[in-house]
Design a protein around this ligand. Structure first.
Ligand code: HEC
Length: 149
């Protein structure tokens, strides 16, 4: 009985360590790419409504635009000096580290644009606010992201 308990304890420790290992394995490159993937999904939902392919849904607009704003807030924190190069392959340009102010400003622009979309209570103001958000994504990508080839 005593021995069994010791073994079970050992198993629990191994499980905890394995969990910690998995959390550590996901570094800043994976984390920032994951956040951007979520932005891609969120803007896809918004774009469908903008194009009239989906019904305007104010709650979904708010949720997805708020996701984008908070994802970009987290995203800009994920560029430590040692994450300029992968693995995994990163598309972040060196300019992020040489022009951090410009990078942060591009992020702020996008956050503000997303907050404006989130605050749009009706379809007309949603449609008026969306182009700024799309442009803000594109402006940062143009300067700070290598195209995937
Ligand atoms: C402040 C700059 C900035 C803003 C704003 C920005 N992005 Fe990005 N995005 C990047 C960078 C840099 C990468 C490449 C990250 C890497 O590979 O390490 C990226 C990557 C991506 C990717 C590819 C993710 C992958 O690895 O599969 C998608 C999709 C994406 N962004 C969508 C968006 C959308 C949609 C918006 C606007 C809602 C947006 N981004 C706003 C800088 C930005």
């Amino acid at each position: 009985m005593f021995e069994l308990r010791a073994i079970l304890k050992g198993v629990a420790v191994v499980v905890v360590l394995a969990g910690a290992g998995a959390a550590l394995a996901a570094g800043p490159i994976e984390e920032r790419q994951q956040l951007m993937k979520m932005n891609g999904k969120a803007i896809g939902v918004l774009a469908k409504m903008l194009k009239g392919e989906a019904k305007f849904d104010p709650a979904a607009v708010k949720e997805n635009a708020e996701t984008i704003a908070s994802d970009i807030q987290k995203f800009v924190m994920l560029f430590p000096e040692d994450s300029k190069q992968g693995p995994p392959e990163t598309y972040a340009k060196a300019e992020i580290w040489t022009d951090r102010d410009g990078f942060n400003a591009a992020a702020d622009n996008a956050i503000k644009a997303a907050q404006k979309v989130a605050a749009a209570g009706d379809e007309a103001s949603f449609k008026a606010a969306m182009p700024d958000l799309g442009n803000a994504c594109g402006a940062c990508h143009k300067k700070y992201r290598r195209p995937k080839d």
